[in-house]
Ligand binder design. Sequence first.
Ligand code: S3P
Length: 203
Amino acid sequence: MVEGATGGSRDKAAALQAALGSRSIVLIGMMGAGKSSVGRRLAARLGLDFVDADQEIEAAAGCTIPEIFERHGEAYFRAGERRVMARLMTNGPQVLAAGGGAWMSEETRRHIAASGISVWLKAEAEVLLRRVKRRNNRPLLAGDDAGQTLRRLLDERNPVYALADITVQSRDVSHEQVVEDIVAALTRRLGKAGNDDSKEDKG
Ligand code: S3P
């Protein structure tokens, strides 16, 4: 039974849950794309648990992400992120918000492909920049020119994010609208695949 949804919307959620089986829905994409806020709402909509990978990494490390970067550097953070993602991917079904760089690891992409369905929340640089400027919790953007860094990271990452199973545009619309776009895309995708766990190889 799916709480927080009514009528047809509840039926759609129940059908999606059944088609999903034990797979996780993994939200990927750049910092500021809305993975956590949309993910939390998507989980409530589908009656699934929501897990934020960044929070899990902080819990495992016993300190914040900026502290991990400062004390140990990015490579150490990435190694921890790979371990935490591998562990979390055994916990489906759930909605999992990945950190913006997690998908750049081939190992992590393999774990996600094996037991999840990946959803890229795609957003334009201007939208992302406006959002990330509201907080200073992202060490990669802590330098003088966050805009330039963000654009460089987008150039590097967008072709890899594009390997996701599903792409949804994260626009300046309500989170609820983005959630509905994801539900529609998942329904199309899982409807096609049915309960078959096999997926096209995205290499
Ligand atoms: C990062 C994104 C952050 C966090 C870390 C590195 C990245 O997560 O994992 O600061 O490399 O893009 P969010 O995407 O949730 O901000």
